[in-house]
Design a protein around this ligand. Structure first.
Ligand code: HEM
Length: 227
């Protein structure tokens, strides 16, 4: 077994704080939506706002980190290996087949994850932040204060914010399942806690063989591993 450092300290901190905030925003948001009562409507709105501002601050740090470290390239979608990865999740995983791609600190997302995470970061999270802020600064009846938004109504904004929330819940459920699909059931979870992933020697040998036979690994491209 080889231990490979995959997730930096800031990355792990950001991941877990983001996960906690999104879960909390989901719980308070769906209470505001009227799905259940837990904190009580007014408290839920207040907690939702506090969590939303914390999320925005975290996003600002994460953007800074991604651009200064060049880590944004991890999310550049590519068609390479998409099919192999999809086949692995649908068939291979149930036949104990080897993972079609190998995680390294240079390339930690598999091709399907690149698509999903790019969509999440470029589309869903910005939509949630923008619609959330519009929701927050909208005033009815119009009061023309500084920092109040005077738009016709909130319907579209509320619908978009709620659709985004349902998409995030779906992502969360899929994410919980995918956590268990590492080399061992707990490998992915452990990696996101300690930063280190345990990789079976057979896969390391296969990766070395791939390099020896001339295939190059670049940032944003996952290496193919065959056994
Ligand atoms: C920075 C990000 C966010 C901001 C600024 C924000 C802001 C808001 C605001 C101001 C409201 C309306 C509260 C009220 O009725 O007074 C709201 C509602 C809601 N939020 Fe967020 N939110 C954010 C992120 C999220 C996330 C990540 C989720 C889900 C995981 C979420 C789920 C919801 C839901 C379901 C509602 C109820 C929508 C409705 O019934 O119309 N929000 N949000």
């Amino acid at each position: 077994m080889t231990r490979e450092y995959i997730y930096h300290r800031f990355e792990r901190f950001w991941h877990w704080v983001q996960a906690a905030l999104i879960i909390f925003l989901g719980v308070t948001g769906f209470e505001i939506h009227g799905l259940f009562t837990f904190f009580g409507y007014e408290q839920a709105v207040q907690y939702h706002e506090i969590a939303a501002w914390s999320f925005i601050i975290l996003i600002a740090f994460a953007i800074f980190w991604h651009f200064t470290k060049g880590e944004w390239r991890q999310y550049l979608p590519t068609w390479k290996n998409v099919r192999a990865q999809a086949e692995y999740y649908v068939f291979g995983i149930f036949r104990n087949a080897p993972h079609p791609t190998k995680k390294t600190v240079l390339s930690k997302l598999n091709p399907l994850q690149k698509f999903v995470y790019a969509g999440l970061k470029a589309l869903i999270i910005p939509t949630m932040v923008i619609t959330g802020l519009v929701y927050m600064f909208y005033r009815y009846p119009q009061r023309y204060e500084v920092l109040s938004l005077n738009i016709g109504g909130l319907q579209t904004v509320a619908v978009l914010h709620t659709i985004g929330a349902f998409l995030l819940v779906s992502f969360f459920v899929a994410h919980l399942y995918l956590i268990t699909t590492g080399h061992k059931v707990t490998s992915n979870l452990k990696a996101m806690i300690t930063g280190y992933e345990e990789i079976p020697d057979s896969e390391v040998m296969a990766a070395v063989e791939t390099v020896r036979t001339g295939s190059k690994e670049t940032v944003g491209e996952t290496k193919e591993v065959s056994r």
